[in-house]
Write a protein that binds this ligand. Sequence first.
Ligand code: ZN
Ligand code: ZN
Length: 369
Amino acid sequence: MGEDGGRKRGGGSDAKGRLAGLRRLMKGAGLDGLMVTCMENVRYLTGFTGSAGSVVVAPRRAYFLTDGRYTTQAREQVNGYTVRQYKAPLKDVAELVSSLSITRLGIEAEHISQASYRAFRGAVKVHTVRSTGGLVEELRMVKDGGEIDALRGAAGLVEKSLEDVMGSIRPGTTEWEVAVELEHRFKLSGSEKNSFDFIVASGKRGALPHGIATDKKVRKGEMVTIDCGGRWKGYYSDCTRTCVVGKPTGRQREIYQIVLEAQQKAIEAVRPGVKVEDVDAAAREHISAQAYGKYYTHSTGHGVGLSVHEEPRVAQGNTHRLMQGMVITVEPGIYIPDWGGVRIEDMVLVARQGAEVLTEGVTKDFLIV
Ligand code: ZN
Ligand code: ZN
């Protein structure tokens, strides 16, 4: 990473390389200008870690604009961009764009409100303004060494917390207590932020793929599915395990084993060049072959990075191919209404030889607590 030695760089980002990559994608999309307003994209491009700012990419120059609270921080973190302070964000960005030799400007339509768009369109003097989605997101799919290190750090937060907390569950512990204990451990381990409200779904609630923790008490014989993650240097982790309180029944063992095998098959399918949908199919076909296909109700995974859920979506119909450096989750599950469910989720790096599981430090044995 260190070709420019001691120069201070936000988040270790390779601003120059990323900007060059973005310009290639802009050209392919017929754009000679781009306004970036999604903060994860802004951070990715510039290294800026604050919460307000915009990037304007023009044919020969690139600008970063933020308000007065952040100009000092921006001058420290942002390299390769001309830093400007704005007072009225939309109006000032529109004014800057109008002064540049941009004819076809892309904007991130998903990250700007209708009202803001109308105000911006009225103020900007550019021949064409086009909604674009996914340009920076496409670059973000493939992680560089610094990003992979951050993701390893984020995965480490789970490794330090999840197994211990599962081991502490007793009959009578509430889902909420489990979630709070996990959050506490994450924070002590240095997590900047929870990835999302942690899912702790016990007993029949395990049939809800997104059952966030409630005040329900865990009872003996119930399975508990826990889905959690933290943030490390801006990058998120996301990991799920299912354990059982007391001796499992035959059916609980059977379903756990099917999900585990499905997950292993999907992980084995991961390597550069493979269609993303084939990773989904590897898990889905195994679950379907055991006659539980109708209980597998979501896609197999998603990219993870500066956002918890990002491209590529590991789903049926996604014919994009995996590339070395992508980091995806592999998280099949079986959810049976009025009975419960099992999900097992790992973060997987697409390495040259195949999959490298970043969360492998968290056991996948059917943990009996
Ligand atoms: Zn998850
Ligand atoms: Zn996930």
